[in-house]
Design a protein around this ligand. Structure first.
Ligand SMILES: Nc1ncnc2c1ncn2[C@@H]1O[C@H](COP(=O)(O)OP(=O)(O)OP(=O)(O)O)[C@@H](O)[C@H]1O
Ligand SMILES: [Mg+2]
Length: 255
C-alpha cells in the first residue's frame, strides 16, 4: 500500500513555482528523509503533503485516498506533523500540549480519558520529556520544545508521521535519541516517517530512502547509497566533498 502518493504537483506562493512537477511515492512503513539546501522547497512539499497548503496542479493521495476527501479530524488520525518552528501564544503546560494530540479522537467538549493520559505519558517517556510536564511550554528550551512537539505527534497515534527538521535544535545525544526513536517506531509499529533533515550523514544512516531536492524539484529519490554520491552533493549543494563508506552507509566529509 502507498502511504503518500504525490502526482505531478506544482505549488507557488507568489508568481514563481516553488514546487515544480513533483512526483513521489512513499510506501507504508518506510522512513524517508528529504534533503536539500535552504529554500529548495522541503517545508513547502511537507505542507502540501499534509493539506496545510494546496497544490496548484496535481494530486496527493494519503493511504490511497485523495487528501481532499479526508475531513480535518480524519486526516489528523492518519497524519501527524511536527513543524519546523512552532510559536506558542498561550501558557499551556507541556502535559496539556502533549494531550492536544488526542483532539482528533475526542468529541466536542469531551474530556480526556485515563487512556488518553496513558498514551500521552508513554509519548513523554519515549521523548524524555516527562520531567517537563508541569512547566509552561513557553518556559522551556528550544530543544526541549522540539521533543515535546514530537511527543504530541506520537500521542496522535497516526499511520504517518511528518517531521520538519526535528533535530535542528537538539544536542548530539538527543539528535541520535530522536532518530533512533523514529527508527524503532518505524520498525516496530510500521509507522511511515517522512522527515526533512539537514544532516546528510545522519540521513544516510537512518533512512530507507532519501529525497534530494533543489530549486523546487526532486533531483534524486532512492536508497542512501544511490543518492549520497559526490556528484549529487556537488550538483545540489555546490560543495566539494569526499565520500567514505561507514559500514554500508555513505558519509560525506567536506573537502
Ligand atoms: N509563506 C511564504 N511566502 C512566500 N514565499 C515563501 C513562503 N514560504 C517559503 N517561501 C519561499 O519558497 C521557497 C521554498 O521555501 P521552503 O520553506 O519550502 O524551503 P526549505 O527547503 O524548507 O528551506 P529550509 O531548509 O530553509 O527550511 C523559498 O524560496 C522561500 O523563500
Ligand atoms: Mg524548511
Amino acid at each position: 500500500m502507498s502511504a503518500l502518493k504525490v502526482k505531478d504537483i506544482s505549488f507557488r506562493y507568489d508568481m514563481e513555482d516553488v514546487l515544480r512537477t513533483i512526483n513521489l511515492n512513499i510506501g507504508t512503513g518506510q522512513l524517508v528523509s528529504i534533503l536539500g539546501p535552504n529554500g529548495s522547497g522541503k517545508t513547502t512539499l511537507l505542507k502540501n503533503m499534509c493539506n496545510i497548503l494546496e497544490p496548484h496542479e496535481g494530486e496527493i493521495h494519503v493511504l490511497d485516498q485523495s487528501i481532499g476527501r479526508y475531513s480535518y479530524k480524519e486526516l489528523a488520525k492518519k497524519v501527524a506533523v511536527v513543524h519546523q518552528s512552532a510559536e506558542h501564544d498561550f501558557e499551556f503546560s507541556v502535559e496539556e500540549v502533549v494531550l492536544m494530540g488526542r483532539y482528533p479522537y475526542l468529541k466536542h467538549f469531551q474530556n480526556e480519558s485515563a487512556n488518553d493520559y496513558k498514551i500521552a505519558d508513554e509519548a513523554m517517556r519515549k521523548t524524555s520529556t516527562e520531567h517537563l510536564r508541569h512547566k509552561s511550554i513557553k518556559a522551556i528550551s528550544g530543544g526541549e520544545r522540539q521533543r515535546v512537539m514530537i511527543a504530541r505527534a506520537l500521542t496522535q497515534e497516526t499511520d504517518i508521521l511528518m517531521l520538519d527538521e526535528p533535530i535542528s535544535h537538539l544536542d548530539i545525544k538527543y539528535q541520535i535519541e530522536i532518530l533512533k526513536l523514529c527508527k524503532s517506531l518505524n520498525q516496530e509499529k510500521q509507522l511511515t516517517i517522512v522527515t526533512t533533515l539537514h544532516d546528510i550523514n545522519l540521513a544516510s544512516r537512518f533512512s530507507d530512502y532519501i529525497v534530494l531536492m533543489k530549486d523546487g524539484a526532486i533531483i534524486k529519490y532512492g536508497k542512501p547509497e544511490d543518492v549520497i554520491t559526490i556528484e549529487n552533493i556537488m550538483n545540489v549543494y555546490e560543495l566539494d566533498v569526499e565520500l567514505i563508506m561507514s559500514y554500508s552507509y555513505p558519509m560525506i566529509i567536506p573537502g
